[in-house]
Design a protein around this ligand. Structure first.
Ligand code: NAD
Length: 546
């Protein structure tokens, strides 16, 4: 048995590749897109490493070409959900008892594969299944996934390295146990890497996980599952159970051994899960940890000292990349009236040049929104603005679902600071703008800190250093990721730990030591060297002054 100490010393971000025409990564990706489009996949439920075909089939489609069926997935039955829990509990003992470097090695290999031979598969499935451009797929499915698996290994290793204070007469240790029961991971459609991390972070720490992927991204989630399998993940550590969310959650949240929920998705769904856990609090063996990263209504505040071209380019990237379906997407902006005419001119002119369409064309900037539900919801907000006296659509507004779920990049200007589209999460390519009088800047700053129920991301654009400093100080709880002269999106693992508070989540900052601590249940162990012969302490003695 080798007792040598093991520690991950460093973390480096994975490189984002260029995909220049005709280079290797471009060729590999195009080849993989062809293969995936022309092969009908059948995705099983996977429990304990075994594949189950329940016959309850659902389609995996391409959002920008909605009649193209990539394949089908089998929905989990109630019995399979119960089996997944049982399997997770049975597999846990062996998994938690192997030394940490064995688990870390699996995730380090998965990270390595994601950056090499599995890169094209991860990116192609994300492009087709979630309608991401090659660039958006690269920074998500391959690079961010790889970064998450690397950084989790690094932080876990740092945590294990921490030992308590020693004394002359005792040895003090911490045993970093995983959680006692199982973890339920529920992932959103919009980032392949988020699903990978929701299961990966607990699993690397020795937990076993039951994973319910989002129904519209089952395909790319399945590729992640197969990547982990290839990397050496033993059967039973992660069960893959796509299917009806209500049924699956109902079985899981009613289980005594549920020890954590690792969720990313909408505020409403997380709130409901929290309520259900609350109702069941008496049945659990441990208090389940609830980790949830939820909705956002992310803002840009422009000051009149800003660089206008820089502001406009960042508004467009922040609001319209990935069709505004990033949780951090810019969805409201506050622009001073003195610069508005110039901002408007440039913003509308540039937005009109955005190329929307099939993401297989590498010149496309925007694909389609994820599915019919999202399309209908986003369109209803646009229609609301069209019919309102208080708003004007200055760009876009067109929706067309004849081929795919396409929604034009849309800009709404309103005089009402609390206009519906300024307040509610739309999760689509819709930017709402409020024009303020320059003299009202200070009042606006006060208002912005509290106007939204969310607190995910926000930016100040200004050249004036005192303005920047004041905004940073006054907008303290309005965003968990606050940017200065940068767009509200694009947080990089390790550089801008991500997450927000208020209705945006529990702010457990993925990819940090704090997040890894969520998946551990530390046990302090004290061993005494001293032996005693009496219950009396040495400082108990007869009172000689009596
Ligand atoms: P969603 O809430 O509709 O779905 C998320 C997951 O919850 C899916 O797997 C879904 O099937 C599942 N779900 C739905 N109903 C459920 C139920 N009753 N019980 C248990 N699970 C249930 O979200 P989405 O549309 O997939 O993703 C978009 C949302 O996610 C947006 O609100 C976005 O802001 C948020 N998001 C937040 C972050 C963040 O870091 N804060 C990151 C990505 C996405």
């Amino acid at each position: 048995m080798n007792n040598g100490a093991f520690k991950m010393e460093t973390f480096h971000n994975e490189q984002v590749l260029s995909y220049l025409p005709g280079n290797d990564e471009s060729k590999n990706l195009k080849k993989e897109l062809e293969i995936m489009k022309n092969t009908k996949i059948e995705i099983p439920v996977i429990v304990g490493g075994k594949e189950y075909k329940t016959g309850k089939l659902k389609k995996c489609i391409i959002p920008h070409d909605k009649n193209h069926v990539l394949g089908y997935y089998h929905e989990a039955t109630e019995e399979l959900v119960e089996l997944a829990i049982k399997t997770a509990l049975e597999a846990k003992n062996k998994w938690e008892s192997i030394h940490s470097e064995q688990r870390i090695a699996i995730f380090k290999r998965a990270s390595y594969l994601a950056g090499s031979s599995w890169k094209a598969k991860l990116n192609a499935s994300t492009m087709l299944c979630q309608s991401k451009t090659f660039f958006q797929a690269e920074i998500d499915a391959s690079v961010e996934l790889s970064d998450f698996y690397n950084i989790n290994a690094y932080w876990l290793s740092q945590i294990y390295d921490h030992i308590p204070v020693q004394t002359i007469d005792s040895m003090n240790r911490i045993d970093y146990r995983p959680l006692e029961g199982f973890v339920y991971a529920v992932s959103p459609f919009n980032f392949t890497s988020i699903g990978a991390n929701l299961v990966g972070a607990p699993a690397i720490a020795g937990n076993t996980v039951v994973w319910k992927p989002a129904s519209s991204s089952v395909y790319s989630s399945y590729v992640v599952y197969k990547l982990l399998e290839e990397a050496g993940m033993p059967p039973g550590i992660i069960s893959f159970i796509p299917g009806n969310a209500n049924m699956i959650s109902n079985v899981i949240i009613n289980h005594k051994e549920l020890n954590a929920i690792n969720f990313t998705g909408s505020t409403k769904v997380f709130n409901n899960m929290w309520k259900e856990v609350g109702k069941n609090v008496d049945i659990y063996r441990n208090y389940p940890k609830l980790v949830g990263e939820t909705g956002g209504k992310n803002f840009v505040l422009a000051h009149n000292s800003t660089d206008i071209k820089h502001l406009v380019a960042n508004l467009i990237r922040g609001a319209f990349e990935y069709q505004g379906q990033k949780c951090s997407a810019t969805s409201r902006a506050y622009i001073p009236s003195s610069i508005w005419p110039e901002v408007k001119e440039l913003l509308v002119t540039d937005t009109k040049t955005i190329k929307m369409g099939d993401v297989e064309d590498f010149n496309t900037f925007m694909g389609a929104v994820i599915d019919k539900n999202a399309y209908d919801k986003i369109k209803s907000y646009i229609d609301y603005a069209k019919n309102s006296q208080d708003a004007e659509i200055i760009c876009g507004g067109g929706c067309d679902d004849s081929i795919g779920y396409f929604i034009e990049p849309t800009i709404i200007v309103t005089k009402d600071i609390k206009f519906k589209t300024m307040m509610e999460e739309i999760f689509g390519p819709v930017l709402s703008i409020y024009i303020y009088e320059d003299g009202d800047y200070n009042n606006l700053l006060e208002t912005l800190e509290n106007i939204s129920e969310y607190g995910l991301t926000g930016s100040i654009f200004a050249k004036d250093r005192y303005i920047i400093k004041e905004a940073e100080q006054k907008l303290v709880y309005s965003a968990g990721n606050f940017y200065i002269n940068d767009k509200t999106t694009g947080a990089v693992v390790g550089q801008s730990p991500f997450g927000g508070s208020r209705n945006s989540g529990t702010n457990d900052k993925v990819g940090t030591m704090g997040n890894m601590l969520k998946w551990l249940n530390p046990r302090s162990i004290k061993e005494s060297y001293n032996r005693i012969s009496s219950y009396l302490y040495g400082n108990f003695h007869e009172d000689v002054d009596k």
